[in-house]
Write a protein that binds this ligand. Sequence first.
Ligand code: KIV
Length: 261
Amino acid sequence: MAVTTQQLIQWKQQGRRIVALTAWDYAIAQVLDQAGVDLILVGDSLAMVTLGYETTLPLTLEEMLHHAASVRRGVKQALIAVDLPFLTYQESPQQAIHSAGRVLKETGAQAVKLEGGYPIMAETVSRLVQAGIPVLGHVGLTPQSVHMLGYRQQGKTPDAGERILSEAIALEQAGAFGVVLEHIPASLAAQITQKLTIPTIGIGAGLHCDGQVLVTTDVLGLSQKQPPFAKSYANLRETITQAVQDYSNEVRERQFPEEKS
Ligand code: KIV
């Protein structure tokens, strides 16, 4: 059975952890889906890890639609949420509905994710939900605000923590089906997770979130640089380099292809 937003909320109630990873194309999405990932996020981190931009800011809606549609074609079970790129939703709720509507219509993904909380973004989330568009919130470190926040851990002072907590609550009240908590203290993430009835998906936010998400290039050991909270479960950069060198050697030594008699 395909994963739904309601299912994610139920899993929180049952204490079943949610597994989320990012994907950027058909091949990787197919592997993640067949491996049993619950939630596939077409994150705008693809701007950096796949398209080579320095930040997520230059990514366009057209580029995101192109990648999200290819991810969708590779997925049968997981729920797919697509990041709305920088400045495709911040101007007004109308702009957000237009962009998110294009994501759902043109890619077949089931949900969108956007960054920020109370008060402006909560209003936008409420309008999207009223239009029938499921929304995943994202608070804490929000990379689209890199020029304001940097990539530093957020919510370290009591005031900053309170603000992030009230943003998460406002997103839930606005109808978000879940909220990503990025790079905040574990104790704050635990407090938010306890207060909300929708699931929290943590990245660099400790063990007590309802689920975890990582950028898949980090998990696979493909990234050249990765954040301190990421963990690699393979070293594909090394594996791929070795495979390419073996192939190159065999071509140069005339060992591949084998001579047919
Ligand atoms: O863009 C992204 O990959 C994200 C994360 C939460 C992993 O937003």
